[in-house]
Design a protein. Structure first.
Length: 442
């Protein structure tokens, strides 16, 4: 069994693991029609509407302290005020748009990651996959053959398995108009439950580059020409689209057991859904391919904007590189000298018939003058029959100045289309994982 990480570690986690891949597509499809089932915004865990549960509990405790103090006045009221004031302040005050308890939790997690990620990746790790392993050391890829002897790739971290399908449009003699290569979201919604198999999420990742040669400097004539073309038509020089299918074996243990149990059962269950997706996409007039392990590594490498020089040097090829290639700061994540920043979509505009089309929205959010832009949309089950949408946008620049210019452009486009964006300060590494084709928010 080949693998992107040649030096393997045993993982004693409770679940199986999955696959992803990539292959260049000249005419990729775009996320399209909105499902008839009304989607709901995927909020952060522990929230009731816009109110955090911790804040609500703190306010209730403050009210209780004041009530008890009133009953035990006059000394009790003083004690109640002393107890209530910190609780009220922690529930109402915000730092950079977040309640204080949440901000402190995020800051502590950020410091923990700085310490935990100080070690380099194991020797022998594929150089294209190494940045992802630096983000999550448990990630690894697998390869197996199905009954038709097709090579199928998987990627996972011990808690999920993911299959990756690359989507592109059928070749046409003329440049197709925007919106003619849509991936119907109602089609993706139907993949959340196939037969007895229930997926954790379905993720669409679209990676765009203004110029098809990312190694060119931003001031090169070709790069400037492509940037001008994208600014005029919002048509990038390169656009790749992947659909990642994420399976949590604990959500459908019967389906996994019915197909052999363990890793083998999880593979077969996931492959069943992946083949179903490919069939439905071809029925919708699109090309679709379930990717192999090497293609998965290529897809993750492309989405990470790995510098080709870092993957072709002698140290990279023989696995002897020991220095880390990635680093997370408060507002950015760096990989091979390239700067990334990720935003979470906190508010969606009205989508659907008679309103803004999703392809136009994706085109606007990925038209920034940057080295690359990545849009990720994850669909999962919410309460009842509702769907939860979780969206992220990641910008990549050759330098901090280029990234700053791209951020201004993105924030202006978001304001124009009434899209709420929250920059993931101190959560840039989780934001990168959410925009890689791994199956959705981690």
């Amino acid at each position: 069994m080949s693998t992107a990480t040649r030096s393997r570690r045993r993982n004693g986690s409770r679940r199986a693991q999955g696959n992803q891949g990539t292959e260049p597509a000249q005419q990729p499809a775009t996320p399209g029609r909105v499902s008839p089932a009304a989607p709901s915004l995927s909020r952060r865990p522990g929230s009731i509407g816009p109110i955090r549960v911790q804040s609500l509990v703190g306010l209730e405790l403050a009210a209780a302290a004041l009530l008890v103090g009133w009953l035990l006045r006059p000394i009790g009221i003083v004690v109640g005020i002393v107890l209530a004031v910190p609780l009220v302040l922690s529930g109402l005050l915000r730092r950079r748009g977040r309640p204080l308890p949440e901000w402190f939790t995020i800051a502590r997690a950020f410091r923990d990651r700085q310490k935990r990620n100080a070690e380099p990746v194991p020797p022998g790790t594929d150089p294209g996959f190494a940045p992802a392993v630096e983000c999550d050391p448990a990630l690894r890829t697998y390869s197996f053959r199905d009954r038709e002897q097709r090579e199928i790739g998987m990627v996972g971290d011990g808690t999920f398995v993911t299959a990756l399908v690359q989507v592109q449009a059928v070749d046409t003699p003329l440049r197709p108009a925007r919106g003619t290569r849509e991936i119907p979201l109602d089609l993706l919604q139907g993949l959340l439950e196939v037969d007895d198999i229930r997926l954790a999420s379905v993720q669409v990742v679209q990676h765009t580059q203004p110029a098809p040669a990312p190694h060119l400097p931003s001031q090169a004539m070709a790069a400037r020409s492509y940037a001008q073309l994208q600014a005029q038509s919002m048509t990038p020089g390169l656009r790749l689209t992947w659909v990642a299918l994420k399976l949590d074996p604990e959500l459908c243990p019967e389906a996994v057991e019915a197909r052999g149990g363990g890793m083998q059962g999880a593979r077969r269950a996931l492959l069943r859904v992946a083949d179903q997706l490919a069939s439905r996409l071809m029925g919708a007039g699109l090309k679709a391919k379930v990717l192999s392990e090497s293609e998965i590594v290529s897809a993750i490498s492309t989405s990470s904007c790995v510098n080709p020089m870092a993957t072709t040097s002698g140290a990279a090829l023989d696995g002897s590189r020991s220095n880390r290639r990635t680093a997370e700061s408060t507002r950015a994540w760096r990989c091979d000298g390239r700067w990334h920043t990720t935003y979470w979509i906190s508010r969606w505009p009205q989508l659907g018939d008679g309103a803004l089309g999703l392809p136009w929205l994706v085109g606007a959010l990925t038209s920034s003058p940057a080295l690359a832009s990545t849009f990720s949309l994850s669909i999962s089950k919410a309460s009842g029959k509702a769907l939860a949408l979780s969206g992220h946008v990641r910008l990549t620049g050759r330098s901090e100045n280029e990234l700053t210019e791209a951020r201004r452009h993105l924030e202006g486009a978001a304001s124009q289309f009434k899209v709420g964006l929250v920059r993931l300060d101190r959560e840039q590494l989780p934001g990168v994982l959410a925009t890689l084709p791994l199956g959705g928010t981690r």
